[in-house]
Design a protein around this ligand. Structure first.
Ligand code: ZN
Length: 255
């Protein structure tokens, strides 16, 4: 793998990044993710499939994430980049954070490292893909009841006690965020040669879908991960009966 990084460490860092934003949240939420490499249809970098949900409010408790070991990306993207040091973002020379005026305050809607250097140039960042797929596993999944009852309306209304209550977030192109001029992590088309981080808009949308209170929408210090009560357990698998590799009815996007 170009870059020399390991999927196991990259998934661990991706999970920690999501745990940080949910660590101040109400209740307990334990999500188990099985992940590994597989041969997927060529247009996909990776995909996620919910296995089970449960609890009250119901949240996803078990999911599968598979990464394509032979993706066929469009030029100029030439393949995946596996960061050997995923806890820092040193391969990217520029960081941009953008907020949008929601009427009752500013919501961060894009946190992006760009200007890739070295092996990361013109490649799809595997950490970015891992964070994106975990975002699906946290609620942006067509099979999840929280998405089915809210997201399939194509417009998710934010309700109290979450901040920005009364605003709405657009859903489009499958279970993806849309409508922001900035670049949230959960948009349909990933940036190449960049690292899209978890934005406030991504967190707010997932908090709404999963009925989560008290998420962290603040700007984190760069290169800092956190640990909290909410836990994402990841386990590497070479093959698993719960993780089907191809599904032509849902494999329509790229990630
Ligand atoms: Zn996606």
């Amino acid at each position: 793998m170009v870059g020399g990084g390991q999927l196991q460490e990259i998934m661990q860092v991706a999970a920690e990044n999501w745990e940080r934003v949910f660590k101040s949240a109400n209740g307990n939420w334990k999500l188990t993710i099985e992940y590994g490499w597989a041969t997927l249809v060529g247009n996909l970098y990776a995909n996620e499939r919910m296995v089970a949900e449960g609890g009250n409010p119901s949240r996803i408790t078990h999911s599968c994430i598979l990464f394509n070991n032979a993706p066929e990306p469009f030029a100029p993207t030439v393949g995946l980049f596996a960061d050997p040091t995923p806890r820092d973002n040193s391969e990217f020379l520029t960081y941009t954070s953008n907020a949008v005026n929601m009427g009752d305050g500013w919501l961060n809607a894009g946190r992006v490292f760009s200007d890739a250097a070295g092996d990361a140039v013109n490649r799809m960042d595997l950490l970015q893909a891992a964070m994106h797929e975990i975002g699906h596993a946290l609620g942006l999944d067509l099979k999840y009841s929280g998405f089915d009852t809210q997201g399939n309306r194509r417009l998710v209304e934010v309700t109290a006690p979450r901040p920005f209550a009364g605003s709405a977030i657009l859903i489009a192109n499958g279970p993806h965020i849309d409508g922001f001029p900035q670049t949230p992590l959960m948009i349909e088309r990933p940036l190449s040669g960049a690292r899209q981080m978890i934005s406030g808009a991504d967190v707010l949308l997932l908090a709404q879908l999963g009925s989560v209170n008290r998420t962290d929408l603040t700007e984190p210090s760069l290169d800092e991960n956190g640990n909290g009560n909410q836990s994402i357990a990841t386990s590497s698998v070479s093959s698993s009966p719960t993780c089907p590799t191809n599904d032509t009815t849902t494999d329509t996007g790229v990630w």
